[in-house]
Design a protein around this ligand. Structure first.
Ligand SMILES: *Cc1c(COP(=O)(O)O)cnc(C)c1O
Length: 381
């Protein structure tokens, strides 16, 4: 089954009791048993819910895994993955990481004796220097947020293959339409389904996908034992969003390509970060491991003044000033004060995350309107 068919059909069959073509929202907490232990596979809704079961089968197919385990948010999915570890274990993670992931690692799991090191993982020499006999996991985010660096997933996986180290890829920024880390050797993929999978900015949801039966069983255990499960309505919304994933992401990527080209030639812009440019240091790897170059674009205003960035941020009409990404509508954000405000300024500046950096999540509107919108906002500088 090709990707654009999987989004609509994989794991989904009409409801057997009514023929309803859309998966029903099973808004129930428990299921009646005929006799003690005699039931239809569903006992209690933390453990199993039919709406969730369908979504999980669909997500597993999209990432070419054997199982997808769903959670009430992307961070809850990540929490489950980190709970596979034990005190004393070490994790090496991408340095340019989603702020909430950084916080979960350092402020929550750090307390339980798990050690995290952050590094530009694309340099395998640097990665090697951090690996110790206690290293149990490498956490990769690619493209990174907001600098849009690219990490070679296959190279990282091959590099640690014989070392008893799990590789987990946060595939949120790419979506399964653009990139399938399990095919490149990763053990686990997580998504904040809040973003491209849901796609309509109306739900918070997360998932972990694997093709390793043992990891799937451990995660399934954690899902039930910890209980951060998504509600059936949220599962329905994600299922509904996925049906147009391939169409939405493809259109958003085309729009992003045109917007990046427009920004690149604009006299008030200093640098544009977009992996689709041949001059981007990760371009060749992106070309190899992604289907298109994504719909996130970051850029820096010439002169580096925050006040200029603020004029642009409040000067757009179709680009809404908001955190998050991956919805049908375009968003604009200021990483230094919004998503990455908790990172010390000196640390930010080291990776190019300046006070005048602006991040776009390009939506699926008509690109001519989006470019005109940015042009008008840039005129206000
Ligand atoms: C949003 C996001 C998360 C967290 O997901 P939530 O659904 O907000 O909990 C994790 N990783 C990345 C890359 C994200 O963009």
């Amino acid at each position: 089954m090709k990707f654009g068919t999987k989004t609509i059909h994989a794991g989904i069959t009409p409801d057997p009791s009514t023929g309803a073509i859309m998966t029903p929202i099973f808004q129930t907490s428990t299921y009646v048993q005929e006799a003690p232990g005699v039931h239809k596979g569903y006992e209690y809704a933390r453990t199993q819910n039919p709406t969730r079961t369908v979504l999980e089968a669909n997500l597993a197919a999209l990432e070419n895994g054997i199982d997808a385990i769903c959670f009430s948010s992307g961070l809850a999915a990540m929490d489950a993955v980190l709970k596979l570890l034990n005190p004393g274990d070490e994790v090496i993670a991408t340095d340019d990481l989603y702020g909430g992931s950084y916080r979960l690692m350092t402020k929550v799991f750090g307390k339980y004796g798990i050690k995290f090191q952050f590094s530009g993982i694309s340099d395998l020499g640097k990665l090697d220097a951090l690996i110790t006999p206690k290293t149990r996991m490498v956490w990769v985010e690619t493209p990174t947020n907001p600098m849009l660096n690219i990490i070679d997933i296959e190279a990282v996986c091959q590099h640690v293959r014989d070392k008893n180290i799990l590789v987990c890829v946060d595939n949120t920024f790419a979506s399964p339409f653009l990139q399938n880390p399990l095919d490149l050797g990763a053990d686990l993929v997580i998504h904040s389904a809040t973003k491209y999978l849901g796609g309509h900015s109306d739900v918070i949801h997360g998932t972990v996908i694997t093709k390793n039966t043992e990891l799937a069983a451990q995660l399934r255990f954690l899902q039930n034992a910890v209980g951060a499960v998504p509600g059936p309505q949220d599962c329905f919304l994600v299922l509904r969003g996925i049906k147009t994933l391939h169409i939405r992401v493809e259109r958003a990527c085309h729009n992003a390509e045109k917007i990046a080209a427009f920004l690149q030639q604009h006299p008030k812009i200093n640098r544009v970060y977009y992996p689709g440019f041949e001059s981007h240091p990760g371009h060749e790897v992106a070309k190899k491991q992604m289907r298109m170059y994504g719909a996130m674009v970051s850029f820096d205003i010439i002169g580096g003044r925050e006040e200029d960035a603020r004029k642009v941020l409040s000067g757009t009409h179709y680009f809404s000033l908001a955190e998050s990404l991956g919805g049908v509508e375009s968003l604009i954000g200021h990483p230094a004060s919004m998503t990455h405000g908790s990172i010390p300024r000196e640390e930010r500046l080291k990776v190019g995350l300046t006070d005048s950096l602006i991040r776009l999540s390009v939506g699926i509107e008509d690109v001519a309107d989006l470019i005109e919108d940015l042009e008008k906002a840039l005129d206000q500088i």
